[in-house]
Ligand binder design. Sequence first.
Ligand code: UP6
Length: 257
Amino acid sequence: SPSLNYQDRLARATIPVVQDLLRIMVTKETNLSVAADVKTKQALLDLADQVGPYICLLKTHIDILVDFDNDLVEQLSRLAAKHNFLIFEDRKFADIGNTVKMQYGAGIYRIADWSHFTNCHVVPGEGIIQGLQEVGQPLGRGLLLLAEMSTVGSLANTPTYTAQNVEMALRHTDFVAGFIASRRLTDDHDFIYMTPGVGLDVTGDGLGQQYRTPEQIITRNRSDIIIVGRGIYGPGKDVVAEAQRYRKAGWEAYLAR
Ligand code: UP6
């Protein structure tokens, strides 16, 4: 099986934004992505500035913000440059190709303008990838397919559904950077794997979320990036201390495989 070393994969990667991501991971020695699920512009900027030194990727849900504006995007992009991280708008597109093209490129958020990565469900079939690709590839963006979900009873985690994700990705390796999944799914192409539902202290949130450890996800399951939200900024947490802790746990789990 191929080397899973990030440096080797940087040399092999063909999508420029994937090269950028791997270069950041190697340079900063981090495979941590923070899921920045906060409700105000200032809270998002403060969080990004605090965790910035420890992450390779900031994952956003931009439609959670009550006070989104274009200045937010400018300031967030400035923080990404300051701390050397990329941005992943976790939009989870799920409509027909023609509709997602507009949702991705237009509207209030203009996601394609500022987000290096976004993701989609392949429920509608391959047209959703084609639609997003028409908008995103000319801008140098990358797409992740939700081949699995972290939640109890997820309908995406059936073997056929997950396998169809891999087949579709293999037909679009110029735009599909990888997957949201709990584990590496194929060695036929070197995709990037990102895994949410990661936590060191609790096993769930009472709403279906399930948490596994960086050791399980990175060392044993051979995923590449841990995505951590409330484990870092939940009630009573010291954000910087937790970001440092998860960065260390993620990197040690990587070195151990
Ligand atoms: N997310 C999951 N599971 C998935 C896909 N996405 O939790 O299968 C996203 C959520 C949230 C983050 O939308 O932004 O990852 C997890 O946050 P948490 O660490 O606070 O649970």
